[in-house]
Design a protein around this ligand. Structure first.
Ligand SMILES: *[C@@H]1O[C@H](CO)[C@@H](O)[C@H](O)[C@H]1NC(C)=O
Ligand SMILES: *[C@@H]1O[C@H](CO)[C@@H](O)[C@H](O)[C@H]1NC(C)=O
Ligand SMILES: *[C@@H]1O[C@H](CO)[C@@H](O)[C@H](O)[C@H]1NC(C)=O
Ligand SMILES: *[C@@H]1O[C@H](CO)[C@@H](O)[C@H](O)[C@H]1NC(C)=O
Length: 370
């Protein structure tokens, strides 16, 4: 893994070398606590359960599997690069974790519900509470590698969860029943954000969920769909509508919390629009076959076989040639090439409300923006 040294450059040197984007966290380290699922798991599942998807996972960047559900970097990795800070270590990593810039609690496959199931959102929060207590204790003993109250206050809390709640629900319930369950997912996110706030966290960065109905897996596992079930891009309308319904409630939650959480900054990022644009306008981004997995089984149209044994790395799977740009890596997760574009759109601020820079929280340290 490419590990960046802790940002040590003096502020002026950064001004000269990076005239457009200055990592305002340079004088005071940027600290991120991330909560979520495979969209931002940098190795948590692998560390926790010892399960690791083998090569070609990781082939595009790390050149080895890292526990990331992609051929390379995830959006969270690109966001860390933007801050000039190293990638987040998974909380569960027992081998040389580096928590100096925060902790990644995200784990592949998790959801908001049910509670007390590893490693769903409330477990991630319990882990955070334990980490915080222990960190404060060590910090008070003068071990400055760990965080004090101010660090927890100035840190950024990033949340990207809900996709598995939706895909799990759509696998078992009717559309109306899924829509009915959405408030219970949002309520878990609300509880998590309040818990963080009451422990002193003030800066939140919330990703909404992507167009579920455009994932090759969701398309391939349903054989009872007909023309009217698809939108003009070939995605499943009801699943995308479900994602949009979830996002509307998540956006409303962020608005509600902004008015209730004094001194907080809550940025809501419309990942759905970014990913939907990527799929709908895939050719203008240089991608072919936006609904087909690079790594999978069965070829066109989705290269995904509903038989779990035949997915990427399963019996007889195939993988696209390196360098051929695909959006979907394995039918569920995006490729590094797609993640890079998603991250650049996030950084553009055009999809954020309010439209703050991703490094806005570095301003808590008292250095004004240029
Ligand atoms: C953290 O510490 C507080 C006060 O010492 C204690 O009440 C709380 O139970 C601790 N929480 C965890 C998760 O250890
Ligand atoms: C196909 O669509 C029609 C019209 O919406 C519907 O009545 C029919 O049940 C659908 N067929 C299947 C197999 O879902
Ligand atoms: C909000 O910020 C002000 C000014 O720094 C401070 O006095 C106040 O205690 C803060 N309130 C909360 C709830 O953080
Ligand atoms: C595709 O690109 C066009 C032109 O930039 C844009 O207006 C449109 O909204 C995009 N489609 C989607 C689904 O985002």
């Amino acid at each position: 893994m490419r590990i960046f040294p802790a940002p040590l450059l003096p502020f002026l040197a950064l001004l000269i070398s990076l005239p457009i984007v200055v990592s305002l966290c340079s004088r005071n380290r940027a600290v991120i606590f991330n909560f979520g699922d495979s969209n931002s798991d940098t190795g948590g599942l692998t560390a926790g359960l010892g399960l690791e998807a083998g090569y070609p996972y990781g082939r595009a960047f790390f050149r080895r599997p890292t526990g990331r559900a992609s051929d390379g970097r995830l959006v969270i990795d690109f966001l860390c690069e933007y801050l000039d800070t190293h990638y987040l270590s998974p909380y569960l990593d027992s081998l040389e974790p580096d928590f100096t810039n925060g902790v990644n609690f995200a784990v592949c496959g998790v959801a908001t519900l049910p509670k007390y199931v590893s490693f769903n959102l409330n477990i991630q929060l319990l882990q955070f509470k334990r980490f915080r207590n222990h960190s404060l204790e060590l910090h008070s003993k003068g071990i400055t590698n760990f965080f004090g109250e101010e660090d927890f206050k100035n840190a950024l809390y990033t949340i990207d969860i809900g996709q598995n709640d939706l895909s799990g629900s759509f696998g078992a319930l009717s559309y109306a029943q899924v829509i009915e369950k959405i408030p219970s997912f949002i309520s878990e996110i609300k509880e998590a954000m309040w818990a963080i706030y009451l422990l002193g966290g003030r800066n939140f960065w919330v990703h909404n969920t992507g167009p579920l109905g455009c994932l090759p897996r969701e398309l391939a596992i349903r054989d009872n769909l007909n023309g009217s079930d698809f939108d003009e891009y070939g995605c499943i309308k009801s699943l995308n509508d479900g994602a949009k319904a979830f996002n509307a409630k998540l956006n409303a939650l962020c608005q509600e919390l902004r008015s209730q959480m004094e001194n907080s900054t809550i940025v809501y990022v419309d990942i759905y629009s970014i990913k939907h644009d990527l799929i709908a306008n895939s050719t203008s981004y240089g991608f072919k076959n936006p609904l087909m997995a690079c790594c999978g089984y069965g070829g066109a149209p989705y290269n995904y076989d509903p038989d779990f044994d035949k997915t990427c790395l399963g019996t007889g799977y195939t993988v696209c040639e390196k360098g051929i740009p695909y959006i979907s890596w394995d039918g569920i997760h995006y490729t590094e090439a797609a993640n890079a574009i998603v991250a650049s759109k996030i950084i553009s601020t055009h999809y954020s409300s309010p439209p703050l820079e991703f490094n806005f929280f570095c301003n808590s340290f008292g250095i004004s923006s240029i």
